[in-house]
Design a protein around this ligand. Structure first.
Ligand code: SF4
Ligand code: SF4
Length: 254
């Protein structure tokens, strides 16, 4: 998987993610460098000695999570963009994830972006807490994102587009926003059918082909009920109202 797609497997990740006990103590680096390559700036940049000395330049980095304090210096020095720092103690509900980000423009601190997983799939809304632009030393910029805690090991990239803003239109036919859907979920409408009936999302011409999966994902995010365990509402063919006269005799422009 890693060799063909560049995306590490769950098994790959299990070898580098620190223990729950260590994560509960504060920020720590996660080094997703899985292949033997001639490279070692992670080791030379860590002044705490948290990365074991390389016996051979091709060695894979070996982190001692008990020495690492999650400072993030190694993130901006790694040419492979292989390092992130996760702080699961950031708040009761959110984790802080520091990631390398080499695109321009850089996000503004305080803005909201979309957190992406390792394959680039949107996962959640993320708040930009800090941006280190790395210009002074010509290093990789580092962006700190506050994200829902359950995605601390999932979000490893970001998109400047804020797909998850309350203003995002979820149902284009009926012009229902994500904020409205969230409000209905907060009020206790926890099935896609209930939300369809109360909001009309999914009753437009497309019969929910776009909004239904998005609403189900939002229900999963808000309630934890997996999309696979939710019931889809009935799809009906797209129809438009027509006058009786059109049925009987047709009209010039039909
Ligand atoms: S986060 Fe800081 S302490 Fe931890 S490995 Fe990187 S440079 Fe060292
Ligand atoms: S600097 Fe980055 S790419 Fe190079 S060995 Fe260290 S983690 Fe791997």
């Amino acid at each position: 998987m890693l060799k063909s797609t560049g995306i590490p497997t769950k098994q790959d990740l299990e070898t580098v993610i620190p223990s729950k006990e260590r994560l509960a103590k504060g920020p720590v680096a996660i080094i997703e460098c899985f292949q033997k390559i001639p490279c070692n700036p992670c080791y030379t940049s860590c002044k705490r000695g948290a990365i074991k000395e390389f016996a051979d330049i091709n060695d894979r980095p070996e982190l001692n999570p008990d020495i690492c304090n999650g400072c993030g210096v190694c993130i901006s020095n790694c040419p492979g963009l292989a390092i992130s720092v996760v702080d699961e103690t950031y708040s009761d509900t959110e984790a802080l994830v520091k990631i390398p980000y080499e695109f321009i423009p850089l996000p503004d601190e305080g803005s909201f972006v979309t957190g992406l997983d390792r394959s680039g799939k949107p996962v959640c809304r993320a708040k930009v807490v800090k941006v280190l632009n790395g210009k002074a030393q010509d290093r990789t910029p580092v962006v700190s994102l506050a994200i829902p805690k359950e995605y601390s090991m999932v979000v490893r990239s970001m998109s400047l587009d804020d797909y998850y803003s309350d203003n995002t239109i979820i149902c284009r036919c009926e012009e229902i926003t994500l904020g409205e859907i969230r409000e209905y979920i907060r009020k206790g409408y926890h099935t896609v059918d209930e939300i369809k009936r109360i909001s009309r999302a999914g009753m437009g011409r497309c019969q929910g082909r776009t909004c239904t999966p998005l609403i189900m994902e939002e229900i999963e995010r808000a309630t934890g009920k997996k999309v696979a365990d939710q019931k889809v509402h009935t799809y009906r063919p797209p129809t438009v109202p027509i006058k009786l006269g059109q049925l009987i005799g047709g009209e010039d422009n039909e």
